[in-house]
Design a protein around this ligand. Structure first.
Ligand SMILES: Cc1ncc(COP(=O)(O)O)c(C=O)c1O
Length: 382
């Protein structure tokens, strides 16, 4: 945390997701600069960052947002006051009409979907595209790789045909995850190899998400150069990037606290008032070990070592080991770093656990509580 020590915010309840506005602004400023320098549009992927309390701020920096469902599209219209770019693997027939009220761009995932919905979209003057599968991705985790054999995401060239389907103005390709600009550079070569003949006929090319532009060490200048070069080759194209992680990257934390400490077969387990399974599911799904403030990332001789247990009955709801300079006490706070993107959007009330509150530290360094949950939220989902 960059601003104050945690104990200067005793008003932050536990557990609570806390966004730090100054860090978000730092990310947004960089993204805005890239938009300008590379002559591209950058839109926010809600699937990673739906922190709508900050949408008025996002709007000042970005070119809008992208939705994967009717509800995300509506949230964009309501809270960002923008029309959404929408893509989903399959649109629901009875939702499509309403969806067209919120959308400026719609991307179809298959030729079936195109045939089914194109006329309704065109009637509403929506710019339509098709998601392609360039059959090239450097994502190592199969769970996140849209180009695995048999992928349902996007149309491969051999299924696309030789011509652009009528009324299609754009193509959409999403094959990256937390990648750098060099991966994008190689990906563009594959897009050109497979779909290059169609590019001069299009108005836009959406290069999806997975561009971790705000990560330390990302070569932003290289990104700008490759995007400019691509644009010079295809001046007809509006290039769109729709990162999610890059918006919320390192913009806040999840505050939790120690409820109990148990000793099991030589391991000290601190049971927390959060759950990895319910509140940080990516940590188990990806999987990745979340960073904890002021803690070593593994057991160390001479230190106080703990496993953190979640508060559900799932045996695997834990992460360890972490080391501390002094012993933990019941009631101590434990801060999980970088918990804003893909966390709040994925939380569940598994085991009936309550959802963490949501708050922010604003530009004046004041904590503002935005949301609190309780029994009604749990019951309403069932
Ligand atoms: C189609 C599409 N666009 C954008 C994104 C956002 O990706 P990221 O958050 O990695 O930038 C995703 C993530 O899965 C996606 O599937």
């Amino acid at each position: 945390m960059n601003i104050k020590m945690m104990n200067q915010y005793p008003e932050i309840p536990s557990p609570c997701f806390v966004l730090e506005e100054s860090l978000l602004i730092k990310n947004l400023e960089l993204l805005k600069w890239v938009q300008y320098e590379a002559d591209v549009k950058i839109i926010c992927a809600l699937k990673a960052f739906s922190f709508y309390h900050e949408f008025p701020l996002l709007r000042k920096y970005l070119a809008g947002a992208t939705a994967s469902s009717l509800h995300e599209a509506r949230l964009i219209e309501e809270e960002m006051k923008e029309k959404a770019h929408v893509y989903t693997p399959a649109f629901i027939e009875h939702e499509f009409e309403e969806m067209t009220n919120y959308a400026s761009h719609i991307t179809f995932n298959s030729m079936n979907q195109y045939n089914k919905f194109i006329s309704k979209a065109i009637e509403k003057n929506i710019s339509c595209g098709i998601r392609i599968n360039p059959e090239y991705s450097e994502i190592e985790t199969a769970m996140y790789n849209p180009c695995v054999a048999g992928s349902r995401l996007g149309v491969r060239r051999e299924d696309f045909g030789n011509f652009l389907p009528e009324s299609i103005e754009g193509l959409h390709s999403h094959t990256m995850c937390e990648n750098d600009s060099f991966v994008l550079e190689r990906t563009l070569i594959h897009i050109e190899n497979k779909f290059g003949d169609l590019l001069p006929q299009l108005k836009w090319l959406n290069l999806g998400g997975g561009h971790l532009i705000t990560r330390e060490g990302y070569d932003v200048n290289h990104l700008i150069v490759i995007l400019r070069n691509f644009k010079a080759k295809y001046p007809n194209l509006q290039i769109i990037l729709e990162p999610g992680s890059a918006i919320g990257w390192k913009t806040g934390f999840l505050k939790s606290s120690v409820l109990d400490i148990v000793h099991s077969a030589g391991i000290d387990v601190a049971i927390l008032d959060i759950s990895f399974a319910a509140h940080m599911p990516d940590t188990l799904e990806m999987p990745y070990k979340p960073m904890v403030r002021n803690a070593g990332m593994q057991a160390e001789k001479g230190k106080y070592n703990y496993r953190f247990g979640g508060m559900t009955c799932l045996a695997g709801d834990y992460y360890g080991d972490y080391s501390f300079d002094s012993p933990l006490q019941i009631g101590d706070e434990i801060i999980f770093e970088d918990m804003i993107h893909y966390t709040m959007v994925k939380t569940t009330t598994f085991n009936g656990v309550n959802l963490p509150s949501i708050g922010k530290i604003d530009g004046g360094n004041q904590f503002q509580m935005l949301k609190q949950f309780g029994y009604e939220t749990f019951k309403a989902r069932l």
